[in-house]
Ligand binder design. Structure first.
Ligand SMILES: [Zn+2]
Length: 457
């Protein structure tokens, strides 16, 4: 009898907790959808400040603006965490054309890849060889590549439903293509934009020369997908065409910048820290609305939503707007270094850096015991259609926090349109849908709420 009573009590407590969770989550979504702030913040960040490449004036303006917003939210503490960042500048607009016969040219849209060196002042004109990814270099060999521009034309695989898989499958030619092609004597590289559709936007992104000395570095640019198709078709008609491109980007010395941080102190376990964040820097071609202005305002909105619904966290909840994800990850690295230096105990970190599209769920980087607990919350997200809970990656900026006693997670929005915008002039505020953005913020706040309630295993 006594045993039965205990079981009954246990079950009613569980049901009560489940009801409370449902209620709190419902309130979070309702508040986000009726009284959200993220969209207006993103409007300012995108349209009043714009692209925020590390070390730029706009990046500093974004630091000042987001700090001002956090200051106005009544948090327990708001501060700037200093971090040295690289400063690469694009210079004047790039210029390129295909020369199919002497004097017969077609202009094509290109942009320098982030971190690339400039071409000589008057540009480079040379013959072109097309390869499918880095593996293609070996196939051609030094003899055919020497003195030429290498055209990396491996397209993103359209058959993956998760478009990030397609991105991962082709991004090495952008990141390492120039460094590898230089070993075969190439004088420059042109890389097909990482974009699943055909259009006229070149997409930039980080590239690296590794330890290659300055004098052996060759310039690298991305070409729009339409441009890549044209170049490839022209080469098929006549392999002896020339390609011309000119860019005057350069790397300047490192400069001072900041991560922007705010927190609500926990009432019961103030030493257990939950982080939610995105990256404040962006590429310079668009205004960085999807990548990652959306993630920044959603992360700020998480703390605002918890406060607005009257929720008092047991644990410390911190928003971190990381600087320099795109071309250095210095902000994420510095944050983790400081956390370890100060013996801070982070139990959960969530990043939104996959665009401000309709949220589908989350991916988790954690042990099996924690994943089991997380899966038990899945039904709470079903009414909002945000219940794709998978094991996998989280986010670049929170990656350095990884250890055995933390759960890392990433918001997973629908990815079908992300690469239409990613790192291009097409990443602008007009392409962010207010409700989709708000649903993302509410989903994140709900997950943070659950980790605050139950901690980790
Ligand atoms: Zn990003």
């Amino acid at each position: 009898m006594r045993y039965l009573l205990l079981v009954f009590l246990l079950i009613t407590t569980q049901i009560e907790a489940q009801n409370n969770d449902q209620k709190q989550i419902n309130e979070i979504y309702n508040t986000a959808l009726t009284n959200g702030s993220g969209y207006a913040w993103l409007n300012y960040l995108s349209n009043q400040i714009g692209g925020r490449l590390s070390g730029s004036l706009q990046a500093q303006k974004a630091v000042d603006y987001t700090k001002k917003i956090l200051d106005s939210m009544g948090l327990d503490r708001v501060w700037l965490q200093p971090v040295r960042v690289p400063k690469w500048v694009r210079g004047t607009p790039e210029f390129a054309y295909i020369e199919s016969d002497p004097g017969l040219t077609n202009n094509v849209p290109i942009c320098a890849l982030g971190g690339s060196v400039a071409t000589p002042l008057g540009g480079i004109k040379a013959g072109v060889v097309e390869v499918q990814g880095i593996e293609g270099l070996k196939v051609l060999g030094k003899e055919k590549i020497q003195g030429k521009i290498v055209f990396f034309n491996k397209a993103m695989d359209p058959t993956n439903i998760d478009t990030y898989m397609s991105y991962s499958g082709s991004v090495d030619q952008r990141y390492a293509g120039a460094n590898e092609a230089a070993k075969y004597g190439a004088v420059g590289v042109i890389v097909r934009s990482l974009n699943l559709r055909l259009d006229d936007f070149p997409h930039t992104g980080a590239m690296s020369y590794g330890d290659t000395p300055m004098e052996s570095r060759i310039p690298a640019a991305a070409i729009s997908t339409n441009g890549a198709e044209l170049l490839s078709a022209t080469l098929k008609l006549n392999p002896d065409i020339n390609f011309f491109f000119r860019q005057n980007c350069k790397m300047l010395p490192d400069v001072d910048s900041y991560n922007v941080i705010g927190e609500i102190k926990g009432s019961t376990y103030p030493n257990e820290i939950l982080v939610v964040g995105g990256h404040l820097d962006s590429w310079d071609l668009g205004d960085g609305s999807h990548d990652d202005g959306a993630g920044c305002v959603q992360s700020m909105e998480v703390l605002r939503l918890l406060k607005a619904t009257g929720y008092k966290p047991k644990r410390t909840i911190r928003v971190v707007l990381f600087m320099n994800e795109e071309n250095g990850l210095r902000g994420g690295t510095e944050y983790a270094e400081q956390a370890s230096k100060n013996n801070e105990k982070h139990i959960f970190a969530l990043e939104s850096d996959a665009g401000g599209f309709t949220p589908r769920g989350f991916s988790f980087d954690c042990n099996q015991a924690n994943f089991k607990q997380i899966e038990s919350w899945k039904s709470l997200f079903e009414p909002y259609l945000v219940h794709l809970f998978v094991k996998g990656g989280s986010g670049a900026d929170i990656g350095p926090l990884k250890n055995d006693n933390i759960v890392l997670a990433g918001l997973r929005p629908d990815s079908q349109r992300y690469f239409d915008h990613h790192h291009s002039a097409n990443d602008t505020f007009a392409h962010v849908n207010k409700r989709e953005l708000e649903l993302g913020a509410a989903s994140m706040a709900s997950l943070v709420y659950l980790f605050d309630q139950y901690g980790i295993k």
